[in-house]
Design a protein around this ligand. Structure first.
Ligand SMILES: *Cc1c(COP(=O)(O)O)cnc(C)c1O
Length: 354
């Protein structure tokens, strides 16, 4: 019998694990047996427990539904060669979660307690961590305002949960991206650096419109002048320009991705020159047209890397060199994958075995 030390444990009566056998895993719609849950009231977190994954009751007046205090994280656990399980840089996600909480006027979660909740949940559902090529256990921690109250002010009650999804290779193909010069994802002084639910709601319509125009994703530009590239959809973006790895600098309008940081550090270790700076749309267009732009890709936990095969500028689309001939992105993808899956050394200390 599995036990957890710090939290109450209510095991599910029947594991659904056997229903998984040999099935293709659609991203984000198969859920493991258990979830972690904890409640915030009277100024403190309590009642942490691991319980069967399932529906929960909520007042129709729950403040998150009306005023949007809702944040989340996305991270993965990977099966290791010895059969164990490791998280990848979990403290980065935990710290970012608290940054998001701060921006949305929500309570912090002690970093140690958060890590404990994560590891105990994954230990209980360790059987759900797949070991197929490209597969992993996607982990979704989130917090929302649960107090029943009408009127705009910070909620006095919150709920924090973590659930997990076994996921296969996330491959939706290469993308054509549209440089967006009307809608904005994030404005200076806004919430772009937080993983706040409302940011994603606001991106849906511009993305749907880009799709109608034949693109799969948006290259967001700055809210002030629409002259500088910021992110690609819900991923950070990286360019290879004249053999240098170039990525828009972080700031309050760019989400600080763990994948982006990992890729930049791996590339630097490979001896590549790295530039984190403003990337003008005009520069990108000129580089794409001249051939100086040899590769472009989105980076984020869910898909890891998505190749950009064409960029839609105001004056028309510019195709990149064929993705099949790229060298930088596949090399970095392999190095990152090896690190996460426990193949070879871990020079940065990024794996956290649980
Ligand atoms: C989550 C996210 C990313 C990627 O962050 P990772 O830590 O690499 O998963 C990039 N941009 C936005 C807007 C995001 O929400």
């Amino acid at each position: 019998m599995l036990t957890t030390t710090l939290f109450d444990f209510h095991p599910s009566a029947h594991s659904r694990l056997e229903t998984l056998g040999g099935r293709e895993l659609p991203f984000g719609s198969v859920f493991s047996d258990h979830q972690f849950r904890m409640e915030f009231a009277d100024g403190k977190w309590s009642n942490g427990c691991i319980e069967p994954f399932g529906d929960m009751s909520l007042s129709p007046a729950a403040m998150s539904l009306h005023y949007g205090q809702s944040i989340f994280e996305g991270m993965k656990a990977f099966r290791q060669p010895d059969g164990g399980v490791a998280l990848f840089r979990p403290m980065e996600n935990i710290r970012r979660f608290n940054k998001s909480a701060d921006r949305m006027c929500m309570p912090f979660i002690d970093e140690g307690l958060f890590l404990q909740a994560l590891t105990e949940l994954i230990k209980v559902d360790a059987g759900w961590v797949p070991d197929g090529d490209g597969s992993s256990l996607y982990i979704r921690p989130f917090m929302f305002a649960s107090e029943a109250h009408v009127g705009v002010r910070p909620s006095e009650r919150y709920r924090f949960l973590i659930f997990t999804c076994p996921v296969g290779q996330y491959y939706k193909g290469n993308v054509r991206v549209k440089v967006e010069t009307f809608f904005t994802r994030a404005a200076p002084g806004g919430t772009g650096y937080a993983k706040a639910a409302g940011n994603y709601a606001a991106s849906l319509k511009p993305t749907a419109m880009a799709k109608e125009q034949g693109y799969q994703q948006i290259l967001w530009t700055d809210a002030v002048e629409h002259k500088y590239i910021e992110e690609s959809g819900t991923m950070n973006v990286v360019f290879v320009i004249n053999d240098k790895l170039v990525s828009p600098a972080l700031g309050d309008t760019v989400l600080s991705g763990v994948t982006r940081d990992s890729i930049l550090r791996l590339a630097a270790r490979n001896g590549m020159e790295i530039e984190e700076r403003r990337v003008a749309v005009a520069e990108l267009k000129a580089a794409a047209e001249s051939g100086a732009l040899s590769e472009a890709f989105g980076v984020g936990t869910a898909a890891t890397m998505t190749a950009i095969e064409a960029i839609g500028f105001a004056g028309g689309d510019v195709e990149l060199p064929p993705v099949s001939g790229w060298t930088v992105m596949p090399a970095l993808a392999k190095q990152l994958d090896d690190l996460r899956r426990g193949h070879g050394e871990d020079p940065f200390g990024w794996r956290v075995v649980i």
